[in-house]
Design a protein around this ligand. Structure first.
Ligand code: 1GP
Length: 251
């Protein structure tokens, strides 16, 4: 059986870029979720990420089930806490906050939730999660109780990603935080992507299709957008097209 991680790695090998729509279960309801799914299917979105740093509602299971009923797009959980684990998803980004120094988010919560996560039957993808300063406090920078990485310190980002990879992380996710004022710079993306072999996910504060394209050209393998799409769902089509228009390198 081909795993999600395997397919992300294969895409990276082929230089094929992917677009992921982030769905925050607190911000959708049955009606607008179905519309988002329909637009995503039409736009050939590659993945749905479901979760958030702070999810208040009890809608994660239902949200994932609605996506699974209406599309074949893989669903990856992007949990801010162990309570956001849903067995109905395809995979779980098993996030360790390697940019911070809060032991709880590096390993503590993982220990407490290990039996539940293991029993879920989900594909577990060890992911080095790096929060980068997005110009103003975001939910993730506040909730994580850890300083985000300075936006202009490319070397720190590079060394952190390299350390994450050598510790066994299968993906690196650099995030400016949902609704960030400033998205991650292309120069940081380039520096990090050139220093690691595992796929690189970029998200936070991306609001236009051109930025998704530039991020991919700089070395992002998967670009994630949530907030901008919540405001204007028609961006799904344009952003997915921009990501997929990045030339695939010859193998
Ligand atoms: C947040 O990377 C995601 O964790 C997406 O951010 O909501 O700003 O697109 P936005």
């Amino acid at each position: 059986m081909k795993t999600i991680l395997h397919s992300i790695k294969e895409h990276k090998k082929q230089g094929k870029k992917s677009f992921a729509v982030l769905i925050d279960p607190d911000k959708v309801n049955e009606n607008n979720l179905e519309q988002l799914i329909e637009l995503s299917v039409e736009a050939k979105v590659d993945y749905f990420f479901v979760g958030g740093s702070l999810v208040i509602s009890n809608y994660v299971d239902e949200c994932v089930q609605t996506i699974k009923r209406n599309s074949k797009i893989p669903v990856l959980l992007f949990p801010g806490s162990p309570s956001q684990v849903s067995k109905y998803a395809d995979a779980l980004l098993y996030l360790s906050l390697i940019s911070g120094r809060n032991a709880e988010l590096l390993i503590g919560q993982h220990v407490v939730s290990a039996p539940v996560v293991k029993q879920s039957g989900l594909e577990i993808i060890p992911t080095g999660y790096m929060v980068i300063d997005g110009g103003a406090p975001t939910t993730v920078s506040y909730i994580s109780n850890a300083s985000p990485m300075p936006a202009d310190k490319n070397e720190i980002a590079m060394c952190t990603a390299m350390a994450g990879e050598m510790l066994g992380m299968q993906l690196i996710y650099m995030d400016a935080g949902s609704g960030a004022k400033r998205a991650i710079t292309e120069s940081m993306i380039q520096r990090v992507s050139q220093s690691i072999d595992v796929p690189l996910i970029i998200g936070g504060g991306i609001i236009d299709p051109e930025k998704t394209y530039l991020n991919c050209k700089a070395g992002a393998d998967v670009v994630v957008v949530g907030n901008a799409i919540e405001k204007d769902a028609s961006l799904i089509k344009e952003m997915a097209a921009a990501v997929h228009s990045v030339p695939v390198k010859a193998i």
